[in-house]
Design a protein around this ligand. Structure first.
Ligand SMILES: *[C@@H]1O[C@H](CO)[C@@H](O)[C@H](O)[C@H]1NC(C)=O
Ligand SMILES: *[C@@H]1O[C@H](CO)[C@@H](O)[C@H](O)[C@H]1NC(C)=O
Ligand SMILES: *[C@@H]1O[C@H](CO)[C@@H](O)[C@H](O)[C@H]1NC(C)=O
Ligand SMILES: *[C@@H]1O[C@H](CO)[C@@H](O)[C@H](O)[C@H]1NC(C)=O
Length: 150
């Protein structure tokens, strides 16, 4: 299935949306799961259960077709293939300091995130290797990659 995902984030904590314009699916997180809403059929399905954590962000790796999201209390970033019949969470990176915002740069194989506790902006490869702190910001919560202008 051709999946094109665009991203939209609401300020309401724990209510985050990802939308796919081709397959017309809207992804959002609730307290224990990531949900998929079919905008054509209005069907709602539980896509993946993430264990009662807080999920404040999601982003999509267009190249390798994974959804990435941080788990605030578990302090890690996980991913799962989308869309796929076999949805298994894979841990990308652990031992973070309350990750709250993420941004995927598929073109350059980079995953960016901000930690709520340390106020740090960090980066690693999409497989979690080569973790690097880039900067310290003032209470960062949300980050995006400007793909067009790099
Ligand atoms: C809605 O989802 C359920 C469970 O996944 C499925 O059995 C049903 O066929 C779906 N309905 C439509 C209209 O897609
Ligand atoms: C589902 O995905 C996991 C992780 O990628 C893999 O280990 C497992 O073998 C897969 N299961 C099936 C039935 O394909
Ligand atoms: C992880 O990604 C980096 C950068 O693309 C690559 O150099 C490295 O071999 C990868 N490691 C694994 C275990 O796949
Ligand atoms: C790892 O990150 C450093 C700093 O961002 C960069 O200079 C280096 O090229 C990266 N190495 C790999 C294998 O991606």
């Amino acid at each position: 299935m051709e999946v094109k995902v665009w991203f939209c984030m609401c300020i309401f904590l724990n209510w985050i949306l990802l939308a796919s314009s081709y397959s017309r699916k809207l992804l959002y997180s609730v307290h224990n799961a990531i949900m998929e809403f079919d905008t054509d059929t209005h069907n709602v399905t539980v896509l993946v259960e993430h264990g009662g954590d807080y999920v404040y962000a999601m982003d999509y790796d267009y190249k390798n077709r994974f959804i990435y999201f941080p788990r605030y209390n578990t302090r890690d970033i996980v991913r799962f293939p989308y869309s796929s019949k076999n949805i298994t969470l894979q841990t990308v990176i652990q031992s973070l300091s309350y990750p709250i915002g993420i941004a995927v740069d598929s073109t350059n194989d980079h995953l960016y995130w901000v930690d709520y506790n340390t106020h740090r902006l960090s980066r690693c490869s999409l497989n979690g290797s080569n973790r690097t702190v880039l900067s310290t910001l003032y209470h960062p919560i949300v980050i995006r990659v400007d793909v067009k202008n790099r």
